[in-house]
Design a binder for this molecule. Structure first.
Ligand SMILES: [Zn+2]
Length: 123
């Protein structure tokens, strides 16, 4: 069997332990190590570290209930469009009507910039 990843799992365990001790999320750890959450969970279990597998197991369940943030792809609850940070930035950039504007733009197949420009021309 050809190994897809040439990974030293003892090193990975050390990294995971370290990052978890800094309260990094399972998502961040997965991204930083370039290893999927599912693989990390399985490997930690196989290596006899259910304590380290747990955060990834929880994240996996969460993923099923989540959708990617429209701006940065961080998982957010279904029904939400953006993570907290991106939502703040979005509202700061587009104002209180940001979401209504986005809905309209999506419905018309326009970007928000095109839509606001067409408003300005119409008035
Ligand atoms: Zn985001």
């Amino acid at each position: 069997m050809a190994a897809k990843l040439d990974v030293n799992w003892d090193d990975v365990i050390e990294d995971v332990e370290f990052l978890l001790s800094w309260n990094e999320s399972a998502w961040t750890i997965s991204k930083r190590l370039g290893i999927t959450i599912r693989t990390l969970e399985r490997k930690m279990l196989l290596m006899g570290r259910p304590d380290l597998a747990h955060p990834f197991g929880r994240a996996k369940v969460d993923t099923a209930k989540k959708v990617p943030c429209r701006d940065c792809t961080t998982p957010v609850l279904k029904g939400s469009r953006r993570c907290h940070d991106c939502a703040s930035r979005f509202r700061a950039a587009w104002g209180d009507d940001a979401y209504a504007l986005e809905d309209e733009a999506l419905a018309l197949g326009m970007t928000m910039l095109e839509l606001t420009r067409s408003y300005r021309q119409a008035s």
